[in-house]
Design a protein around this ligand. Structure first.
Ligand SMILES: CC(C)CCC[C@@H](C)[C@H]1CC[C@H]2[C@@H]3CC=C4C[C@@H](O)CC[C@]4(C)[C@H]3CC[C@]12C
Length: 449
């Protein structure tokens, strides 16, 4: 009994020592990061392995054991992870002549009909007045897509992030490879398309602009820019890192859009995206500057997104900062914060502020902003939450946002309800459909795969 007790005591001591070494490492990393920041070095050694869209750890390329560590490709990637200047771009046109992956097949009408019904209940009269989402969709083909992910082939063994990190005590945490358990079942190429889940807002914006209502156009563009963040709520896994030159093509006639993305650079990781809808084109590249702060990770998107309507009106903006909190302890969550300036080439531009969440914040995820005309006069005020909905009210209410509550404001966008079969990945109904292997697609695969 006594010997057992002293054995446990010994184990406890070791654990305590490990913990304090880990805390020291974290402190050092945090201090080093601050130093690097203040001296203007953003992409130094202390960053989390600068990679892919996600910026956290390295993805594995095959599904497999949840316990083994990284494969060869990953190791190789990690070795040259710091050669940031190596910006050799890659042009897929030279390598691929055939389209890559096209998602979706025309089958029936069930899914969208269901979704539409749910949405109809959520919409208030105001939105109906402003041209329904249903209206936008009814012009497009009806397609049946899956409503749930396939069940896992094997029962998954959970891995705690802590257990991964504690085995690497004393090492540079940025070099720790995470097992596939921490990946969600989509790639970064596909994840880029998630920003277009609410593409009906752009169809609506096009329609309004054509009718001469430029204010409604920019309001819907602003709602679209915010709506892209909704899918990140409750997502705790990282997408797979594609290979250099890998492409993804999504053909969604049910939404009236076609999307194409390609990984065009490995270090730094760059993904180029292009999307075409009815009356508009949207393109940009995704490149994240990553900073590791010990307990949190900050992702600063670099680059500009461009939206061009067929009538020549152009809007450009950049994404705001994303921070992932509680990497080591507590519940992992992410927040988006900062200023988003949507520049237009005509009458209006728009400024949106994504409020940073504070610890005791009762209303997190808030976004406020206003539309300004060429003289700088505020003509409309926007308010809402990036994980829920956006509203507008005509005139300048920026100083008195309390008056700009949903009761006297008009709804621009409301997030779709989550699917009923939620898994630990928390994918939205749209994300579930991004890499669905439909029967039509199966035929295009190389035999034997
Ligand atoms: C495995 C553990 C350590 C990390 C889990 C990381 C999750 C929360 C991370 C990994 C990749 C991240 C995404 C990477 C890129 C973007 C684009 C940005 O404009 C909005 C946020 C968004 C969409 C991030 C949201 C949070 C995210 C999904």
């Amino acid at each position: 009994m006594l010997s057992e007790f002293s054995e446990i005591q010994g184990q406890l001591k070791v654990l305590c020592e490990e913990r304090s070494i880990l805390l020291d490492t974290l402190r050092q990393l945090e201090a080093a990061n601050i130093e690097a920041e203040s001296s203007g070095i953003h992409d130094g050694d202390y960053q989390l392995s600068k990679h892919e869209y996600s910026g956290i750890g390295r993805g594995k390329y095959s599904e497999g054991s949840t316990t083994e560590s990284s494969g060869d490709i990953e190791k190789q990637e990690l070795e040259d992870v710091s050669d940031e200047d190596e910006t050799s771009f890659h042009d897929t046109k030279e390598h691929f002549t055939e389209p890559a992956v096209i998602c979706g097949s025309v089958r029936g009408a069930a899914d969208h009909a269901d979704n539409q019904k749910e949405n109809e209940n959520q919409l208030d009269d105001v939105e109906r007045m402003h041209g329904d989402k249903e209206d936008c969709y009814s012009r497009y083909a009806q397609i049946e897509r899956r409503k749930k992910l396939p069940d896992p082939v094997e029962k998954e063994k959970g891995v705690s992030l802590w257990s991964m990190i504690k085995d690497n005590v004393g090492k540079d945490l940025t070099r720790v490879c995470l097992p596939v358990y921490f990946n969600e079942p989509i790639s970064s190429l596909q994840k880029c398309f998630e920003d277009l889940e609410y593409s009906y807002l752009l169809d609506r914006a096009y329609k309004y602009g054509k009718e001469g209502n430029s204010l409604q156009r920019i309001l819907n563009v602003a709602a679209f820019a915010v709506s892209g963040y909704a899918s990140s709520e409750g997502r705790h896994c990282k997408p797979f890192n594609p290979l250099l030159g890998e492409t993804y093509e999504a053909d969604f006639p049910d939404k009236g859009v076609r999307f194409f993305s390609e990984k065009v650079s490995h270090h730094p990781t760059l993904i180029a995206c292009h999307c075409e809808g009815n009356g508009w084109k949207f393109w940009g590249d995704s490149n994240l500057r990553t900073k590791f702060w010990g307990r949190s990770i900050q992702l600063d998107p670099v680059g500009v997104l461009t939206l061009e309507f067929d009538d020549g009106e152009i809007f450009q903006w950049s994404k705001v900062t994303t921070t992932i909190y509680n990497i080591i302890l507590g519940k992992l969550y992410c927040d988006h914060h900062g200023l988003m300036h949507i520049h237009g080439n005509r009458e209006y531009s728009c400024k949106l502020k994504f409020k940073e969440q504070s610890i005791l914040d009762r209303t997190p995820h808030q976004v406020h902003g206003s539309v300004e005309d060429l003289s700088g006069k505020k003509v409309a005020t926007l308010t809402g939450k990036w994980d829920d909905s956006m509203y507008y009210i005509s005139g300048d209410f920026s100083g008195k946002l309390k008056d700009c509550n949903p009761s006297n404001a008009s709804l621009l966008w409301k997030r779709d309800k989550p699917p009923s079969n939620l898994t630990r990945y928390n994918l939205t109904s749209f994300a579930i459909t991004l890499n669905e292997l439909t029967p039509g697609l199966q035929r295009c695969l190389i035999p034997g795969i």
